[in-house]
Design a binder for this molecule. Structure first.
Ligand code: MG
Length: 389
């Protein structure tokens, strides 16, 4: 019998072993490990059918519980949030995993295509349903992603997983269409200087240029996501007025973007900035379900900002395994909000992500080895240290 307490993330079960009538009685040596044992919070059983039954019951009764893996000994994330907090938070969020594109483009060490395919595979295995895969920008501008065509050709798409790609212009869109891409993202800047440095053209011109790109993409039946960078401040221009960040974002939505991701590209925002910006969008008639948030952890505010956004009703968050990713065009940008840190927090709040924190943390540690450096994500490091030798 397996029972799940959906609120407390606890799984209660008892296992009855019924010997088969035609099986000969045999002695079980006393020193043997039992087939089923609970060590700390870890479910360890040698009986695959028991594992499967528990998994099925959890999926039926408590879909937000996604992992039966080991927890850190100090983990207290199963504390049940108070009723008022639970009511204020969404039940489920979607994570847009951006490590393969936004993350890798900031890395000096160029990963071979094979390693990128392995990364995509592991991220899908971890439960991700949206993985930004690569970018069809100029190979000279971003050498890390120069293998976009080869990557898309060799990618074996997983059922139920979306693989959007970034395109900077019509040429990029044509390349993406040639690879059978079904979803694209375009990117603009709320500030003037970053637009000139990152896109090589003034902000107004860039947005205007996207008109044709979005129209063509929609004609082809693609889903289009808009990224808006520097929504709180720009390293050259200073603070971005909320009115400007809202106005530029609205224009991207008006072009036909299905969703708009608001990016604190240099990570200077705080929870207060998040609320102010989202208030601005609401006042402009934009529903929060058309918005996603993209935080950077430069000043250690990414998770706090994510929590503020959750309380404002945002259910789409960009995050990067291991917390990799700055911007090659803005040196003051720290890493992206780390996926495993976000998943850990959501698990503690009873918010379903569909993503297995252990699997992402393991992927991050592997990715760190590939990139030759320790990655900034807290949870990957903590869970790695907690692993028994
Ligand atoms: Mg980023």
């Amino acid at each position: 019998m397996v029972a799940v307490d959906a609120l407390q993330h606890l799984v209660h079960f008892s296992l009855g072993v019924v010997p088969s009538l035609d099986e000969e009685a045999r002695d079980v040596p006393q020193h043997r490990e039992p087939a089923l044992a609970l060590r700390r919070d870890r479910l360890e059983t040698a009986v695959p059918e028991v594992r499967r039954e528990i998994r099925r019951t959890i999926e039926r009764s408590a879909p937000h519980v996604v992992s039966l893996g080991a927890l850190h000994p100090c983990d207290d994330t199963r504390a049940v949030p108070t009723e008022s907090l639970r009511e204020a938070l969404p039940k489920r969020i979607t994570i847009v995993e951006v490590a393969p594109r936004d993350g890798l483009q900031a890395e000096e060490r160029i990963l071979p295509t094979e390693a990128k395919l392995h990364l995509l595979e592991r991220l899908a295995n971890a439960g991700h349903t949206v993985i930004e895969t690569t970018s069809f920008v100029s190979p000279a501008a971003v050498p890390q992603l120069a293998d976009a065509e080869e990557l898309m050709r060799r990618l074996r798409p997983r059922r139920g997983v979306r693989y959007p790609v970034l395109v900077p212009n019509e040429k990029g869109l044509e390349r993406a269409l040639g690879c059978g891409v079904r979803e694209i993202a375009i990117f603009a800047s709320a500030s003037e200087s970053y637009s000139r440095k990152n896109l090589g053209r003034p902000r107004e011109e860039a947005i205007d240029d996207y008109r044709k790109v979005v129209r063509r993409a929609k004609d082809e039946g693609l889903r289009v996501r808009g990224y808006l960078s520097m929504v709180f401040a720009d390293p050259w221009d200073g603070p971005t007025p909320t009115g400007v960040a809202v106005d530029v974002g609205r224009r991207l939505l008006d072009l036909g973007c299905d969703e708009l991701s608001l990016g604190d590209t240099i990570g200077v925002g705080t929870a207060g900035s998040v609320v102010t910006l989202l208030d601005g969008y609401r006042a402009a008639g934009v529903r929060v379900d058309r918005l996603g948030m993209h935080f950077h952890d430069t000043y250690g505010q990414a998770l706090a900002n994510a929590l503020a956004a959750l309380l404002e009703g945002i259910t789409v968050f960009d995050a990067s395994a291991g917390g990799i990713g700055g911007s090659p065009f803005a040196k003051t940008a720290g890493g992206n909000l780390a996926t495993e840190d976000l998943v850990w927090m959501c698990r503690g709040l009873g918010i379903a992500t569909g993503v297995d924190v252990e699997a992402v943390a393991g992927t991050s540690r592997w990715l760190g080895e590939q990139l030759g450096r320790e990655l900034p994500a807290h949870v990957a490091r903590a869970l790695g240290a907690a692993k028994p030798d």
